[in-house]
Design a protein around this ligand. Structure first.
Ligand code: NAD
Length: 286
């Protein structure tokens, strides 16, 4: 595996001598605690601060285990970035605050790795503009799991030949946004890759509103929310007497961490705001 696609959480990046200084935003959340564990275990990364509006004052070791520094969770991102030199923030919070966190970081020359999904297009536009104005890069990746990135890539490949497609995404019941960021990005990539026009125009009389799903970039998207699920998606293609199903399952939140660690290592080498971990994984094919 080349250096650019290395996933090891403990591997030291050969290109950097001093560790990359990381602020974890949303550190007390489900994803944030995984990020603390993963970044804490990587010898070339150093957690220098952690932000959350819950669990303020609690040691990071309590949240992320013994490989985290014994620092307390604090509440204000700007104050933490002003107090401690930082290279990268990793944000897994809520769509209502993630854009502000990113703008606050970029203003200070700190590169955001944004995992929070459900942000508005206007948020991303503002982040893109601020990245350009401050010459600071950022990455927004709605899914950091390698299998999910491949699912989206394979779906875009298939869409060139099979334009009829629907997406079913399935997540835990506490997820704040629907459709998922992964489904939105999948629809975008399929839309960009699709050369033919879908043959099928659903003619069904709707007996219940929403029965045919939402429409994103002309593609029906169905969201399932149930306890027990983590993050799952099927992309279903239909052709002449054939179907193709591409499915990805994240079975635990640790599935996202290889991609998060890779993004932290690489974000500062990006140009402006990039969307999707594929921009790092497949940088050599751009
Ligand atoms: P969560 O609710 O468990 O955690 C969010 C944390 O952020 C909480 O501790 C909360 O207190 C904190 N928070 C929220 N707003 C804040 C603010 N303004 N300031 C400080 N802290 C704040 O949620 P989660 O399951 O960890 O998911 C977080 C986000 O990550 C969601 O948007 C989810 O869709 C996304 N997600 C992305 C990926 C990916 O691969 N990109 C994978 C899973 C989840």
């Amino acid at each position: 595996m080349s250096e650019s696609t290395s996933f090891s959480e403990t591997e030291t990046s050969p290109s950097s001598s001093s560790p990359i200084r990381v602020c974890v935003v949303g550190a007390a959340g489900r994803m944030g605690q995984e990020v603390l564990r993963a970044v804490g275990a990587a010898s070339d990364l150093k957690i220098v601060s952690a932000i959350d509006r819950e669990h303020v004052g609690v040691s990071l070791r309590e949240l992320g285990g013994p490989r985290c520094p014994d620092l307390p969770v604090t509440e204000k991102l700007g104050a933490a970035l002003d107090a401690t030199p930082t290279d990268v923030i990793v944000d897994f919070t809520h769509p209502s605050s993630a854009a502000q966190h990113a703008l606050s970081a970029i203003k200070r020359g700190v590169a955001p790795v944004i995992g929070t999904t459900g942000m508005q297009d206007a948020d991303l536009r503002q982040i893109r503009e601020q990245c350009e104005a401050q010459a600071t890069p950022a990455l927004y990746a709605p899914n950091f799991a390698i299998g999910a990135v491949l699912m989206i890539k394979f779906a875009a490949m298939a869409a060139r030949w099979l334009p009829d497609v629907e997406i079913i995404e399935l997540h835990h019941e506490k997820k704040a946004d629907a459709p998922s960021g992964t489904a939105m990005l999948t629809a975008q990539r399929i839309h960009d890759a699709r050369t033919g026009t879908p043959a099928r125009k659903p003619q069904a009389t709707l007996k219940a509103e929403g029965a045919l799903g939402a429409t994103v970039q002309g593609i029906p998207v169905h969201s399932v929310r149930l306890p027990g699920l983590v993050a799952h998606q099927e992309v279903l293609f239909g052709g002449q007497d054939e179907t193709l199903t591409i499915r990805h399952d994240s079975l635990h939140r640790s599935s996202f961490m290889g991609g998060v660690v890779l993004a932290v290592r690489k974000v500062r080498s990006l140009d402006g705001l990039q969307i999707g971990l594929d921009k790092i994984l497949f940088a050599d094919q751009a």
